[in-house]
Write a protein that binds this ligand. Structure first.
Ligand code: ADP
Ligand code: MG
Length: 285
């Protein structure tokens, strides 16, 4: 075999979609912040290598909490979180640190450091977590910026670029260390429709190029269904529905229909629980 075909084999290996041996699995996890309210109630989610998996659900349903659990920032009261052979739910500090080095995160409202150039923002994780020399850092940063189409913007300050571009810089920063798992918390929030589409396509492209696993937490149905392999819907502490975008689109489940169509009423009530109108206003019936 010559070197050329070896390289091809390296880059064009079929991505394994089998979930019998998932790269990350959340097994029977229950979590509460300790105030008596159960945020996640015995949930199980599995993420295969090379997959883009979406976690969808309304605000306050525990989506960001799930990402914090995967990152080992908080620990569940019950269950296991198996990430590439490590149970991050019980791992010691060292094992957790090793696991986290394989994770990239685009935080909710993922802001850039405003006092650093685009280049320095992407270089930040490399400077923090590696001892690469300047030349290596420069090559890697420019490569990541090129992947998101912004090599030419390397020297600009965040204040000089658009919101859509800033999000792409944040993507480049999230993948700076070639993570095996990339978590995107609300990657489309606050973007115009064109930037949303660009960001979604980039997430798919970067996941495939890195042969990584991507988790997108979002409530933007259209963008997500374009690129996701699998979708979990969380509601009231449980997995309310799951499936491929095609399966969910075809679903007649009332919760799925309400969520996908953005209907104000359905299994999820429009009204926050309150006293009855009679009680509140002293109206006699
Ligand atoms: N540090 C915390 N302490 C107590 N409650 C919290 C904390 N962080 C989040 N919560 C609560 O947990 C619930 C889930 O939060 P979160 O995971 O951020 O939801 P989502 O990302 O789906 O909007 C919310 O009701 C939120 O108020
Ligand atoms: Mg959130």
């Amino acid at each position: 075999m010559n070197a050329g075909s070896g390289l091809c084999a390296l880059f064009f290996q079929p991505v394994t979609m089998s979930l019998s041996d998932p790269f990350l699995s959340i097994e029977d996890v229950t979590f509460s912040y300790g105030n008596g309210r159960v945020i996640l109630n015995d949930v199980t989610l599995r993420f295969g290598r090379g997959q883009v998996v979406a976690i969808m659900g309304g605000s306050g349903m525990g989506k960001t909490t799930l990402l914090k659990l995967i990152g080992g920032l908080i620990r569940p009261q019950k269950g296991r979180i198996l990430f590439d052979g490590t149970d991050v739910a019980t791992a010691d500090t060292q094992a957790l640190y090793r696991a986290r080095r394989k994770m990239g995160m685009l935080f909710q409202f993922g802001a850039l450091f405003t006092d650093m150039s685009v280049f320095e923002n992407v270089a930040f994780p490399l400077r923090e977590q590696t001892d690469f020399d300047e030349e290596m850092i420069r090559d890697l940063v420019l490569m990541k910026l090129d992947a998101v189409g912004l090599r030419g913007a390397a020297d600009l300050m965040p204040s000089a670029i658009s919101g859509g571009m800033a999000r792409r810089v944040a993507l480049a920063r999230a993948i700076a260390l070639d993570p095996a798992l990339i978590m995107y918390d609300e990657p489309f929030a606050g973007l115009d429709p064109i930037s949303m589409g660009i960001t979604a396509q980039l997430i798919r492209k970067l996941t495939d190029a890195l042969q990584a696993t991507a988790i997108i937490v979002t409530h933007d149905v259209a963008e997500t269904f374009e690129i996701a392999d699998y979708v979990y819907m969380v509601n009231a502490g449980r997995i309310a529905a799951q499936g491929t975008p095609e399966e969910l689109t075809a679903s007649t489940d009332p919760y799925v229909c309400q969520f996908l169509k953005g209907l104000p009423d359905g299994p999820v009530a429009f009204h926050y629980p309150a006293k009855s109108v009679e009680e509140e206003f002293g109206v006699r019936s």
